[in-house]
Design a binder for this molecule. Structure first.
Ligand code: PLP
Length: 463
């Protein structure tokens, strides 16, 4: 399989070339040249596999330049630190199915992709005798999942900026208790915006970027998307086994459109008759919901909410959907995205909205409804949702019709103990692994919100 840019301006890449790429050189995003539509026979063959076997089979469609045995070993290593043998258990809870994606080391779904990416990075770097320095800014989940993916890996150093004392205690501890020598937590005396600003600025220093082989692990990375496709297949088969239906729906709490885009590709491969539609759930940062329901993709201020990992306005993977929406017409995609960059909004007409709605349903869920959903779902079923998952469950239930519904549980509730306890009216129990964090030694560097101070630190410690 070769890879191309959504904007059509690069020569085709191999999978290996995509692994360290963020944006394509023409400013577009990397997509596979073709998304295979599976035959009945192929689908049957996939339905009985273990999670890891399934991952191998799905990856083989997209990876032509890593041998089957090597890929198998990467997958095995990627998922060995998960707390459940099934990796992503599917539970029937009340009337719906919950796909638990939070059994990795940092208790959120980003582990599924980043554990895989860490192993893949290390292998490719060692083979090519190369080194990278990863730089990121986080307000929570991504930073810890990236740190756990990269810690202890050869030829990799990782620098993660977070706003000092401005993220939840659990989120901070999950990062600062990682004391491996290749991990640097930089607690910036400022806001998340300061952290992001510093990061962007450092990446604009092209000499530094080049000399230090600086890179990111953000959600536009193709290998991350590919790893996330697997659990849509996995959950689809588990629910088909139990229901007298081969047609199901997924509800996906969405920020950057990464996770749900993986679902969109899985739907292309399985067929639109099998995954009837994807329900795109947003919090009050509702740009994607407005896009689907009204054809209005216009940027507003980011509003901080109790589901912080979805507090996003411009969804970095949106362009990938636009590319398929325009039937892989890269010129049209390019024009559309350039128009958006200039005007900060896009408008889609009635016919287009109809086509979008054939792929997605969408609802935006308020904080009040999120809290109420956590409480009511617990009362009805005894199951505790984290705030992100609650957004997905609430949106999913708004559309519950004749199809079985699978809601993606993207984080463990103990990652957001303050919010969840407030919703329930009692303090929730923390898993041992999280309780333990409070007693572990920490390693972090407190720095002023100044570009030069951060640059100096990175220059000194980079590999
Ligand atoms: C990152 C994240 C999301 C949103 O995922 P996207 O791929 O950005 O849409 C949802 N829930 C949790 C807990 C997350 O960490």
């Amino acid at each position: 399989m070769k890879y191309v840019s959504t904007r059509g301006g690069i020569s085709p890449l191999n999978f290996r070339d995509t692994v360290f790429e963020g944006l394509a050189e023409d400013g577009g995003l990397i997509v596979p040249e073709r998304v295979p539509k599976l035959s009945e026979k192929e689908i049957q063959d996939l339905s009985k596999l273990s999670y890891q076997e399934l991952a191998l089979r799905i990856f083989k469609y997209f990876v032509g330049d890593i041998s089957q045995n090597e890929l198998k070993k990467i997958i095995k290593d990627a998922y060995k630190n998960f707390r459940k043998d099934e990796i992503a258990p599917v539970l029937k809870v009340g009337e719906i199915y919950i796909l638990e994606l939070f059994h990795g080391p940092t208790f959120a779904f980003k582990d599924i992709a980043l554990q895989f990416l860490g192993i893949l990075f290390e292998k490719l770097l060692l083979e090519n005798n190369k080194k990278i320095n990863i730089l990121g800014a986080t307000s929570g989940d991504t930073g810890s999942a990236a740190i756990y993916g990269m810690k202890g890996k050869k030829n990799i150093a990782i620098f993660i900026l977070h706003p000092y004392k401005k993220i939840s205690e659990v989120q901070a501890l999950m990062m600062t208790t990682v004391i491996e020598p290749n991990v640097y937590n930089l607690a910036i005396k400022g806001t998340f915006d300061d952290c992001q600003g510093i990061m962007k600025n450092i990446f604009m220093d092209l000499d530094l970027k080049k000399s230090l082989h600086l890179t990111t692990v953000n959600s536009i990375n193709w290998a991350r998307i590919m790893a996330q496709m697997v659990y849509y297949f996995w959950a689809y088969f588990r629910v088909c086994e139990r229901e007298n239906s081969y047609k199901i729906r997924f509800s996906v709490p969405t920020g950057n459109f990464g996770d749900i885009f993986a679902g969109y590709l899985a739907r292309k491969m399985l067929g639109e008759d099998r995954i009837e539609r994807l329900i795109l759930a947003t919090n009050e940062n509702d740009i994607l919901c407005r896009f689907i329901n009204y054809g209005d993709y216009s940027v507003k201020e980011v509003k901080p909410t109790i589901s912080p990992s979805m507090d996003i306005q411009v969804a970095s993977n949106f362009e990938r959907y636009i590319y398929y929406f325009y039937k892989e017409n890269s010129q049209k995609t390019k024009n559309t995205m350039e128009k958006f960059a200039k005007e900060k909004f896009l408008k889609f007409d009635e016919d287009e909205i109809k086509r979008i709605k054939a792929d997605f349903l969408s609802a935006s869920i308020s904080e009040e409804d999120t809290l109420r959903t956590i409480k009511e779902f617990y009362k009805k079923t005894g199951y505790i949702l984290d705030p992100h998952t609650a957004v997905g469950v609430k949106a999913g239930l708004e559309f519950k019709e004749e199809f079985p519904l699978i809601c993606l549980a993207t984080a463990h509730p103990a990652k957001f103990p303050e919010t969840v306890s407030k919703a329930l009216g009692f303090p929730i129990k923390l898993p041992e692994e999280i309780k333990k964090l409070y007693k572990l030694p920490q390693k972090f560097e407190i720095l002023p919100p100044e570009i030069e101070a951060v640059k100096k630190f990175i220059r000194e410690k980079a590999i």
